[in-house]
Design a protein around this ligand. Structure first.
Ligand code: CA
Ligand code: ZN
Length: 304
């Protein structure tokens, strides 16, 4: 299996990204990732206000996928997210959803027990839910710092981007240029304080390529669900964008009129918040695969 170390990383997704290496669809690859602070915060004495913000959210990569071109769909199946022993989490005045309630920056460490599958914070034991915060491909145009989410992926901070999930991206540049990082040992939907349990990790993925298919927003397919992940300036906009793509997927995939697809979504689709602090808001529209099987969704994506 090929490996790419965290020394090879980017701080932005942009059209002319140069690959560190090239791999083929079907191959597996291990990405070593640094935490979102690039290791600048290691103890509770290291404060978020004292680090260099030019070096946050490093994403390891990019990797070129041979044969991937514009108008294809890249599938990234997350086979494993192995997190380090210690995570850090911070709050800072002026950030997060309660910006006025934090008087001074605070850093806390979160100890991880990988064998037990738990971590401990404030004397409370939490189940580990390792996830990838930043994962994306080169955009068609523009430069997106790795701290920002968008149609290319990026800092979606969506807790379903975890082991067992396949994330699908429209390829917008030759080779796709996949990069990922910013893993969290655990994070609640919303990430209201502005950080998860930020941790270095080893991420193993397997790549897949569907020729001649595309999606306006990244998709995630878990064991039981398919989701559209949209990031917009407001939650209302993100709700509308994710809902519209899911409704059209259902319409085309099941071959039913728009109005019926909308009713079906109203009956069985869930909206979940990814994050609300990055600073765009990320929402996922989630449908059971028992309603919209992946094969039908994939067929719908082939003539988007
Ligand atoms: Ca993040
Ligand atoms: Zn993070």
């Amino acid at each position: 299996m090929k490996m790419i170390s965290s020394d090879h990383h980017v701080y932005a997704f942009f059209p002319e990204m140069e690959p560190v290496l090239e791999i083929s669809p079907g191959d597996r690859i291990l990405f070593e990732t640094d935490d979102c602070f690039a290791g600048q915060i290691r103890s509770e004495k290291d404060l978020c206000t004292e680090i260099n913000f030019d070096y946050v959210n490093p994403a390891t990569g990019p990797v070129a996928v041979s044969g991937a071109g514009k108008g294809d769909l890249l599938g990234v199946t997350i086979e494993d997210v192995e997190v380090g022993k210690q995570a850090v989490s911070v709050v800072v005045p002026g950030a997060g959803v309660l910006p006025g309630r934090v008087g001074a920056p605070v850093t806390r460490t979160v100890m991880i027990d990988a064998e037990k599958g738990t971590c401990t914070f404030a004397g409370i034991t939490l189940p580990l839910k390792p996830m990838i915060g930043v994962i994306g491909v080169a955009p068609e145009e523009g430069t997106f710092p790795t701290g920002t989410p968008g149609a290319h992926g990026g800092n979606m901070d969506t807790s379903d981007i975890r082991r067992g999930t396949t994330v699908w991206f429209s390829v917008r540049r030759e080779g796709a240029m996949l990069a990922l990082g910013d893993c969290h040992a655990v994070m609640g939907d919303g990430e209201i304080g502005c950080s998860g349990a930020e941790v270095p990790a080893k991420v193993t993925v397997k790549l897949d390529l569907v020729k001649g298919a595309s999606s306006p927003w990244p998709l995630a397919v878990t064991e039981k669900e398919i989701m559209v992940i949209a990031s917009e300036d407001t939650l209302d906009q993100a709700v509308a964008s994710a809902s519209e793509v899911m409704t059209d997927l259902v319409r085309k995939g099941l071959g039913i009129p728009f109005e019926d697809a909308l009713i079906l979504c109203s009956l069985s689709m869930d909206l979940r918040i990814g994050q609300v602090v990055d600073p765009k808001k990320t929402v996922r529209a989630v449908m059971p695969l028992s309603v919209l099987p992946w094969e039908k969704a994939k067929a719908a994506l082939s003539d988007w």
